[in-house]
Ligand binder design. Structure first.
Ligand code: KIV
Length: 253
């Protein structure tokens, strides 16, 4: 699948997306046949590196993880996140860094956090053939400025998000992540643009949903309230470790 085909999924099915950070999970997730796209999110800073924010994740680390994920899931649409300060300094630097991610990882698209103020960059990337997934609402790379609370409850913020979704879509983004925005606003945005919206904590009426893999499998200790764990791997691991110890102590082969 390419980005144009991904865009055409709007209205045909719920688009299922999970984050992923390594070869083995990517391979197993591809084998489920249930997941339309994998996102190598800079949330790897939180769930893989154990940091408080995504800010320290480097471009080289993203390239390292994204290349492994695409190798594990060669037939799945894989999106790589652009890391903090890899696209904010200048247009030239942004193009060089986005290009490096596409060249070195074999991923299918990149994702950028930001609203109407980065529409010019989305347009330029799209013109040179780099597919862009946009990301508005709670944008963790600006968490120190804007916080992490639900967005779009105030009229001016809701207007900004609506304008941003339109500007990013008009500039060529093939899809847009809506993170933690009010559900009615997510529904309005979904109905008002012709690219698929992928929601996280933004209610059920988006075109698709994305979850952080380690929340989805119940590995993270503190999940956000909207993130449902579909298996509790922390409990399963404890039970497995107990069984392993018991077998060893009883000399079971
Ligand atoms: O980094 C990430 O995992 C993300 C998703 C939460 C959308 O951006």
């Amino acid at each position: 699948m390419n980005a144009v085909q991904f865009k055409k999924l709007k209205g045909t099915k719920k688009i299922m997306m999970l984050t992923c950070y390594d070869y083995s999970f990517a391979n197993a997730l591809e084998e489920t046949g249930m997941i339309d796209a994998l996102l190598v999110g800079d949330s790897l800073g939180n769930v893989v590196q154990g940091r408080d924010t995504t800010l320290p994740v480097t471009l080289d680390q993203m390239i390292y993880h994204a290349e492994m994920v695409k190798r594990g899931a060669p037939n799945t649409f894989v999106v790589a996140d652009m890391t903090f300060m890899s696209y904010q300094v200048s247009l030239e630097e942004a193009l060089r860094n986005c290009g490096a991610v596409m060249k070195k990882t074999n991923c299918d698209a990149i994702k950028l956090e930001g609203g109407e103020e980065i529409a010019y960059l989305v347009r330029k990337l799209t013109e040179i053939g780099i597919p862009v997934m946009a990301h508005i609402g709670v944008t963790p790379q600006s968490g120190k400025l804007l916080g992490y609370s639900k967005r779009g409850r105030e009229v001016s913020d809701a207007e900004y998000l609506r304008r941003s979704a339109k500007a990013l879509s008009d500039s060529g983004a093939f899809s847009i992540v809506l993170e933690n925005i009010s559900a009615p606003l997510a529904q309005t945005i979904t109905q008002s643009i012709d690219i698929p919206t992928i929601g996280i904590g933004s209610g059920p009426y988006c075109d698709g949903q994305v979850l952080v893999l380690y929340d989805f499998i119940g590995l993270t200790k503190n999940r956000p309230p909207f993130a449902k764990a579909y298996v509790n791997l922390r409990d399963e691991l404890k039970a497995a470790a107990e069984a392993y110890r018991k077998d060893a102590e009883e000399n079971v082969k």
